[in-house]
Design a protein around this ligand. Structure first.
Ligand SMILES: NC(=O)c1ccc[n+]([C@@H]2O[C@H](COP(=O)([O-])OP(=O)(O)OC[C@H]3O[C@@H](n4cnc5c(N)ncnc54)[C@H](OP(=O)(O)O)[C@@H]3O)[C@@H](O)[C@H]2O)c1
Length: 341
């Protein structure tokens, strides 16, 4: 069989990553041993957390050092198997990384049923981003019918699902997103009640007030920074805020603070709760979340949008695009042919 390819981190980025911070390398085709399978990667999921992994700053999991293959969740197909329960042709989801081919043990792989949903969704609405939206909204924020729910990065992989689950829960939903197209998408195609274009609005506070005149019961924060500061000025009694992501700070220098106004008094007066969230704490509950989400997708109650670029070599550009807001929906790289499409 011909050789495989992988992308390694060439050097740690300073600020916004550049394509030259990464390097494509040819490698020999790996061979599976007992309990393992050789996989060809079909879809690579490109996610904001990858910026943290290459920063060199200690976090909740080991990072990627220069020379290491980039990490990433993927959907792939079994080429050769020495693992019971996996046979050539099977579709699986797992931590394959920025590679064309990889050998992994069967226990880190989730087998997919291509008849149940498009296989790419295992990286999106029926995968990590979907589970993030599901558990961070329903478990942490506990939305009630009639609540006003505000979500930032609203047209992205997590945000688009958050808003639709909140609609199912009977909430009024306001999305904050960059650009008229993204705002029109969440409002007109996904059924959000209102959308605020933070890039176009000169006075974000006034725009949010117009979209959420009664104030904010739930803020699903994907971005941190000034958008966070603005939403916090409009929280209501017993508001719940989940800190899911702070993408506006991901290119900051290590140790560089994220300075904003102190919100303690506002939290006190409103008896509000702010909580951090990590989806991996919910791995044991994925089956429950995936089952419910799959039913909503099948019934057409949850829609999703993907943004797919072709070829493993495009992965660095795709990651830079996510950090610049160029992606429109769940960012995926098609690394190999998808025989189900
Ligand atoms: N805690 C967890 O377990 C967990 C799990 C998954 C994801 N997350 C976090 O959730 C957030 C969304 O992730 P995702 O996968 O759904 O990504 P995404 O929303 O599909 O893509 C990222 C989006 O963030 C927005 N953005 C980029 N820079 C920004 C800035 N400076 N200010 C405001 N918005 C900015 C852009 O949208 P606009 O064009 O609208 O600006 C961009 O499209 C990220 O912060 C991610 O780290 C956390």
């Amino acid at each position: 069989m011909s050789e495989a390819k992988q992308i390694v981190l060439a050097q740690r980025p300073q600020g916004m990553p550049k394509p030259t911070d990464f390097r494509v390398e040819p490698v020999a085709m790996p061979k599976p041993e007992h309990g393992q399978a050789l996989l060809r990667v079909i879809y690579l999921s490109v996610d904001p957390y990858m910026r943290g992994r290459i920063s060199g700053v200690a976090s909740y999991v080991k990072g990627v050092d220069p020379g290491d293959v980039m990490v990433g969740g993927c959907v792939g197909q079994v080429v050769e198997s020495k693992a019971p329960g996996l046979k050539p042709g099977d579709f699986v989801e797992g931590p394959m990384g920025w590679r064309s081919h990889v050998v992994l043990p069967a226990h880190v792989l989730r087998k997919l049923d291509p008849a149940a949903a498009p296989i790419s969704t295992a990286n999106g609405v029926l995968g990590m981003p979907g589970m993030t939206a599901y558990f961070a909204l329903l478990d942490v924020c506990q939305p009630r019918a009639g609540d006003t729910v505000v979500v930032s990065a609203a047209a992205g992989a997590v945000g688009q699902v958050v808003g639709q689950i909140a609609k199912i829960a009977g909430c009024r939903v306001v999305g904050i997103a960059g650009g008229a197209r993204k705002c029109a998408f969440v409002r007109d195609e996904l059924g959000f009640d209102a959308a605020v274009d933070y890039k176009a609005e000169k006075d974000l506070g006034a725009a949010l007030k117009a979209a959420a005149p009664n104030g904010v019961d739930v803020y699903f924060d994907n971005v941190g920074g000034e958008i966070h500061d603005t939403v916090m000025t409009q929280i209501r009694l017993n508001a719940r805020i989940v800190v899911c992501g702070t993408i506006s700070t991901y290119n900051n220098k290590p140790g560089e603070g994220d300075i904003g106004p102190r919100q303690l008094r506002r939290l006190l007066v409103n008896r509000a709760r702010i909580q951090g969230f990590l989806v991996f704490d919910y791995l044991h509950r994925y089956p429950e979340g995936l089952q419910r989400m799959a039913a909503w997708v099948k019934e057409g109650r949850i829609k999703y949008r993907e943004d797919i670029v072709e070829g493993l070599e495009k992965a660095p550009e795709a990651l830079i695009g996510v950090l610049e807001g160029k992606n429109f929906g769940k960012m995926l790289v098609r690394v190999g042919a998808d025989p189900t499409r």
